[in-house]
Design a binder for this molecule. Structure first.
Ligand SMILES: Cc1ncc(COP(=O)(O)O)c(C=O)c1O
Length: 415
């Protein structure tokens, strides 16, 4: 049992661990930070772990005999072990550190897709994919001649699983699906989708950028071949993301970047590759960020991911209930809280999402406005933009009330 582990999170205590939550914005408004889907805040212990690395054992990894390099190398390698354990991977060989989710998607698209796909092959995505996956596979489709198809989203913001069963065929080589939608909040039936891909001999890639920070994820239980997420959305630093890949697949794949550290032997004629995961981590990696991510993972483990998930669900349910009181608020995504993550995208009649976000800012409330890197989905929803409030472990129902007060202000202003 961890420090805070219990049924409900001790939010008051959690808030004390995040120094930024004490600050004021504008003309003295307390900060209400509801932009966690974009990036979360960091607790002191993550900030301290990074500072401690730079203060006491900063050195390059895997290259030095000296003590500092050994200490840095151990911390860097053990960060892979911490991530592997956190997501249920078999070991550090299956955990490649990248810059973020986007780079993890590109790694697979380039290292696997460019080499393996060709005309007649199909890549199946969903209409709710983030641009990180949508644009990447679209480009790989253009370069290789593979077709890219999209599983439709139903009117209630879920995947049309009947259509999915039709779209995934024996020509499908890759099914890439967002685990939790960053716009609709939908928690997709990831294990079923992985099974569907495997039934047709295709690989399954899950984009877990919004899932790993907010719920327990076990890649082995899900059966995914690849799984990606970002450290900065889970109380860790920017500059580090994770690609999980099944070991046998990563062994077979070509490297994505070439250079130092990813090699075993180099001659003027040829080069052989290092062991996993280093084969995919060319050059000096993000060492401080890896240290920070390992600390963030320890922190989340102490909170307990089941408790984090329940907290997210409670806040989403509260926000959905409060917003449902108003006829002029349109909510996107499932309106009932089942299988829904802790974020709500919405629009207020007659007010552009950017204006709404600006009025929120006057109230000290930080939300996101725009297409949230899901432009085609917004096209389908028939809107150019939406406002999105997204929650994390330190958010409260009072903060959702503050959001609704700001919405009311916008309503008065634009009436
Ligand atoms: C579902 C989803 N996928 C991918 C990404 C891209 O993450 P990053 O910008 O850290 O690469 C995001 C971030 O907004 C996301 O929400």
């Amino acid at each position: 049992m961890g420090l805070h582990q219990s049924d409900a999170l001790d939010v008051e205590r959690i808030r004390e661990e995040f120094p930024i939550l004490d600050r004021e914005v504008g003309d003295g408004q307390p900060l209400v930070y509801l932009d966690n889907g974009a990036t979360t805040q960091k607790p002191d212990r993550v900030i301290d772990a990074i500072a401690d690395y730079y203060r006491t054992y900063n050195a390059n990894v895997h290259r030095g005999i000296h003590q500092l390099s050994q200490e840095a190398s151990i911390a860097y390698e053990e960060a892979h072990d911490a991530v592997a354990e956190f997501v249920g991977a078999d070991g550090r060989e299956e955990i490649v550190f990248t810059k973020n989710t986007t780079e993890a998607e590109n790694l697979v698209a380039y290292a696997w897709g460019l080499n393996e796909l060709g005309p007649g092959d199909e890549v199946v995505l969903t209409e709710m994919e983030h641009h990180a996956s949508l644009v990447t596979w679209q480009q790989i489709g253009e370069k290789t001649g593979a077709d890219v198809k999209f599983i439709p989203v139903t009117d209630d913001g879920r995947l049309d699983m009947d259509a999915a069963a039709e779209l995934v065929t024996d020509d499908t080589e890759m099914l890439s699906v967002v685990h939790v939608s960053n716009t609709l909040g939908t928690v997709n039936p990831a294990a079923d989708l992985v099974d569907l891909a495997h039934d047709h001999g295709a690989y399954a890639f899950l984009d877990g950028a919004q899932a790993v920070p907010t719920r327990p994820v076990d890649v082995n239980d899900l059966g995914a071949d690849f799984y990606a997420f970002s450290g900065h959305k889970m109380a860790g630093p920017t500059g580090i993301g994770v690609l999980y890949g099944k070991q046998e697949l990563l062994e077979e794949m070509e490297p994505y970047l070439y250079g130092g550290d990813m090699i075993r032997k180099v001659t003027f004629e040829e080069t052989t590759w290092n062991d996993l995961p280093w084969k995919f981590e060319a050059g000096t990696p993000n060492i401080a960020q890896a240290v920070g991510l390992a600390e963030a993972i320890e922190y989340l483990e102490e909170l307990g991911m089941e408790s984090v998930q329940r907290h997210e669900e409670r806040l989403a349910e509260y926000a959905l209930d409060r917003m449902a009181e108003f006829d002029d608020i349109e909510i996107y995504g499932p309106t009932e809280p089942t299988d829904r993550g802790g974020l709500v995208a919405f629009n207020l009649d007659g007010v552009h999402a950017h204006d709404l976000a600006s009025i929120m800012n006057d109230h000290g409330v930080a939300i996101r406005a725009g297409d949230h890197c899901t432009q085609p989905l917004h096209d389908k929803l028939g809107v150019a933009a939406s406002a999105r409030a997204s929650f994390y472990v330190y958010n409260t129902t009072d903060e959702i009330d503050a959001l609704l007060e700001a919405v009311d202000d916008a309503r008065q202003l634009f009436a």
